[in-house]
Design a protein around this ligand. Structure first.
Ligand code: UDP
Length: 340
C-alpha cells in the first residue's frame, strides 16, 4: 500500500477507539474516496466489513488490497435496488453517491436515487437488523449560505434552489436527511447524520471530467498546464484532509452521546479558490499560469462550518493544516504519476 495512505490509516486507527471490533458493518460506497479509507480503518479494527459499490464513481483499485482479508467482503451492487443480508449487521455507513459537481449535470437521476431510494433501502435494512445507521450528508444541504451564517451552524436551514444546477445533490441529501429523521422518529432507530465539508487526500478522483478543485489544481501544476480558476476565484471553501475527516466520522459513529445528532465535520480554515491556486502553485514550484474560466452555475460563494458541536460532543477538531495536507496530496499525485 502507498506509504502516505498507510501512515494516514495508522493515525486514524490510533486516534479512534475499538468499539467496532467483532462487529459486522455494511459500508455503501465502500470503494469510493471516503468509503475505502473507512473500510481500511474498520478492517484494521477487526470488524467484519461488507463493502457495497456499483463502481459508478468508486474504483476497484481502492479496495483491491482488502480482498485478501477474511473479514472483508465485496458486493457489486447499486444501493438504489433492494438487497438482503443473511448475516446480522451491527452498523451501516451509507456513503454511496457521486459527489463531484461535474457529474451533477450528467447523472442527476443516479444521484437522486442513491440518496433517496438508497437511503430508504438502507434504513429498511437497519430497521430489520436493529443496526446503527450512519448517513453521510454534506455541506451542500446549506446551498449558497447567507453570509450571516458563515461559519455555518447545523441549525441553519440553508438556501437551496430545488431546480438549480446542484439540486440533484443538494435536495437529494436533504431528502436523505429527512428519511433518516423519519426513521429515528417513527421507529426509534439509532441514527447519526454527518454533514461533510470539502475533503481531499489520496484516492480522491482527478480528471477534467469529474475532478475536484484540489486534485485538478495539483495535476495541472505538476504538468505545467494552466491552473483553471473558475470565476474570479473569490469564492471560498474550507478544506479538510482525509485523515481528519475519517477520524471525525469514526468518532461520531462511536460516541454514544452523539446518537440522533446532526454534526458538521470540516475545517474552519476558509480560503478563496484563487488563494488555493497560488498556494498549490508555490508548493509544486510550478511554471503554470493561473487562468480564469467561467464559473459554473450554482457555485456557492462561501463555505465554512461552525464546528462547535463536533468539538463539544465528539472532542474532534482537524489537526492537519492545509499546507501539510497539500504536501501529502502533492506527494501522492507525484507517486501515482511515477507508477508504470
Ligand atoms: N474550481 C475551480 N477550478 C477547477 C475546479 C473547481 O476554480 O478546476 C472551483 C469550483 O468552481 C468551486 C471550488 O473550486 O468554487 C470547489 O470546487 P469542487 O468541485 O472541489 O467542490 P464544491 O465545493 O464546488 O462542491
Amino acid at each position: 500500500m502507498n506509504k502516505i495512505i498507510e501512515k494516514g490509516i495508522e493515525t486514524i486507527y490510533r486516534d479512534t477507539n475499538n468499539i467496532f471490533e467483532d462487529t459486522t458493518i455494511l459500508v455503501t460506497g465502500g470503494a469510493g474516496f471516503l468509503g475505502s479509507w473507512l473500510c481500511d480503518v474498520l478492517i484494521r479494527k477487526n470488524a467484519k466489513v461488507i463493502c457495497l459499490d456499483n463502481f459508478y464513481s468508486g474504483k476497484e483499485s481502492n479496495i483491491k488490497h482488502l480482498l485478501d482479508y477474511d473479514n472483508f467482503k465485496f458486493i457489486k451492487h447499486d444501493i438504489s435496488q433492494e438487497i438482503f443480508f443473511d448475516e446480522k449487521l451491527d452498523y451501516i455507513f451509507h456513503l454511496a453517491s457521486r459527489a463531484s459537481p461535474f457529474e451533477f449535470s450528467n447523472y442527476p437521476i443516479q444521484i437522486l436515487k442513491a440518496n433517496t431510494l438508497g437511503t430508504w433501502i438502507v434504513l429498511g435494512i437497519a430497521k430489520k437488523h436493529n443496526a446503527k445507521l450512519f448517513y453521510t450528508s454534506t455541506s451542500e444541504v446549506y446551498g449558497d449560505p447567507d453570509p450571516k451564517y458563515i461559519p455555518t451552524p447545523e441549525t441553519y436551514n440553508g438556501n437551496v434552489d430545488p431546480n438549480g444546477a446542484r439540486s440533484c445533490y443538494d435536495e437529494a441529501k436533504r431528502a436523505g436527511e429527512a428519511y433518516v429523521s423519519a426513521y429515528k422518529l417513527q421507529h426509534n432507530l439509532n441514527t447519526r447524520i454527518v454533514r461533510i465539508f470539502n475533503t481531499y487526500g489520496p484516492r480522491i478522483r482527478s480528471g477534467s471530467l469529474y475532478g475536484r478543485v484540489i486534485p485538478n489544481f495539483i495535476t495541472q501544476a505538476l504538468s505545467d498546464q494552466p491552473i483553471t480558476v473558475f470565476g474570479e476565484g473569490n469564492q471560498t471553501r474550507s478544506f479538510t484532509y482525509i485523515t481528519d475527516q475519517i477520524t471525525g466520522i469514526i468518532k461520531f459513529a462511536s460516541t454514544p452521546e452523539a446518537r440522533g445528532e446532526v454534526i458538521n465535520i470540516g475545517s474552519t480554515n476558509e480560503i478563496s479558490i484563487l488563494e488555493l491556486a497560488k498556494i498549490i502553485h508555490k508548493l509544486t514550484n510550478s511554471n503554470s499560469e493561473i487562468v480564469f474560466k467561467p464559473i459554473p452555475p450554482g457555485d456557492p460563494k462561501r463555505r465554512c462550518p461552525d464546528i462547535t458541536k463536533a468539538k463539544k460532543i465528539l472532542n474532534w477538531e482537524p489537526k492537519i493544516s492545509l499546507e501539510e495536507g497539500l504536501k501529502y496530496m502533492i506527494n501522492w499525485v507525484r507517486s501515482k504519476n511515477n507508477e508504470v
